[in-house]
Ligand binder design. Structure first.
Ligand code: COA
Length: 239
C-alpha cells in the first residue's frame, strides 16, 4: 500500500529516545481506496473537505500509514487505533490507546511524510523541501526571532535557502512538540540555522538552550529535504 523509504535517521544517541520513519506514500487511486478503509468516519469526513483530489489522496494515505505504524507499536489493528486532536490540533492517542505511553507527531511536504514516535515524552517533527522562496527574506524578517534573523541575514546568499528551511523546520518541530502550533510566539525562542553548524535550541525565553527541557536534532530524510525533531528531555537524560 505504501512505500517506506530508508530513513536517514537522526544521530544514534537520539535514536534511543525517538524513532523516525520516512515514507514516500503511493498516492495512486488503488492505494487511496485501500487506505480509506482504515480511516475513521471523522477522518473520512475531513478527507471529503479537501478541495483538491491530490491533497485528499495524500491525507488519506498518510493518515492510514500513521494508523498502521501506531498499530504495529501498540499491537492493535490500524482501524481500531483511537485518535483525538488536542486543543490546538495536535493529534494524540485517546480512549484505550491512551494507556500506552506512546507519543507521536507527523509532518508532510510534497510526497515525503515523516513520522516520529517516542515513549513517555512529547515529540514534534517538521520536514520541508529546500527551495528558493521569492519572499523568504520577508518571511524571515516577520517570523524568525531577532537573533535568527540576524544570523540569516549574515549568510552568503547561496546559503540562505538552506539556512531558511533549517530555521523553519527547527522552529516548527519545537512548536509542534509543545502542541501549540502557531499559537506559540515564534520570537520567544532561538534555534541555530547556519549550514554546517550543529542543530541546537539556543534559548527558550530566558533559559539557555542547553538547560531547557527540550532537545533538537536535524537530519535530511531524503536528498533535497531537511527535517527536525524535538523531544522532551526527562530527568536522567544525558545533556
Ligand atoms: C501544525 C502546524 C504547526 C504545522 O503545519 P504545517 O507545517 O503546515 O504541516 P506539517 O505537515 O508539518 O504538519 C501537519 C501535521 O501536524 C500535526 N499537527 C496539527 N496541529 C498540530 C499542533 N498544534 N501541534 C503539533 N502537531 C500538530 C497533524 O498531524 C498534521 O497532519 P494532519 O493534518 O495530516 O493530521 C501549523 O500550526 C501551521 O499551520 N503552520 C504554518 C507554517 C508557518 O507559518 N511556520 C512558521 C515557522 S518559522
Amino acid at each position: 500500500m505504501v512505500t517506506i523509504a530508508a530513513a536517514r535517521q537522526p544521530a544514534a544517541s537520539f535514536a534511543d529516545v525517538v524513532e523516525v520513519v520516512v515514507a514516500r506514500p503511493d498516492v495512486g487511486s488503488d492505494a487511496v481506496c485501500a487506505s480509506a478503509t482504515l480511516l475513521s468516519d471523522r477522518e473520512l469526513e475531513r478527507a471529503r473537505r479537501f478541495a483538491f483530489d491530490s491533497d485528499r489522496g495524500r491525507y488519506v494515505v498518510a493518515r492510514a500509514l500513521l494508523r498502521q505504524l501506531l498499530a504495529a507499536r501498540l499491537g492493535a489493528r490500524p482501524e481500531s487505533v483511537e485518535l483525538a486532536s488536542g486543543a490546538r490540533g495536535k493529534p494524540a492517542l485517546t480512549g484505550r490507546c491512551a494507556a500506552s505511553d506512546l507519543r507521536f507527531n507527523v509532518s508532510h511536504c510534497e510526497d515525503v511524510a515523516v513520522y516520529a514516535f517516542a515513549s513517555g515524552r512529547e515529540v514534534g517533527v517538521d520536514v520541508e523541501a529546500v527551495r528558493a522562496l521569492p519572499d523568504a527574506d520577508d518571511v524571515a524578517a516577520r517570523w524568525f526571532s531577532r537573533h535568527e534573523h540576524a544570523t540569516y541575514r549574515a549568510l552568503e546568499p547561496r546559503d540562505r535557502p538552506l539556512g531558511f528551511f533549517q530555521c523553519w523546520t527547527r522552529k516548527e518541530a519545537f512548536i509542534k512538540a509543545l502542541g501549540d502550533g502557531l499559537y506559540h510566539p515564534l520570537d520567544r525562542f532561538d534555534v541555530s540555522l547556519a549550514p554546517g553548524e550543529p542543530a541546537r535550541i539556543l534559548r527558550v525565553e530566558d533559559v539557555p538552550g542547553d538547560q531547557c527541557p527540550w532537545r533538537l536534532e536535524a537530519f535530511s530524510p531524503v536528498p533535497g529535504f531537511v527535517a527536525a525533531v524535538v523531544t522532551e528531555r526527562l530527568e536522567g537524560d544525558e545533556r
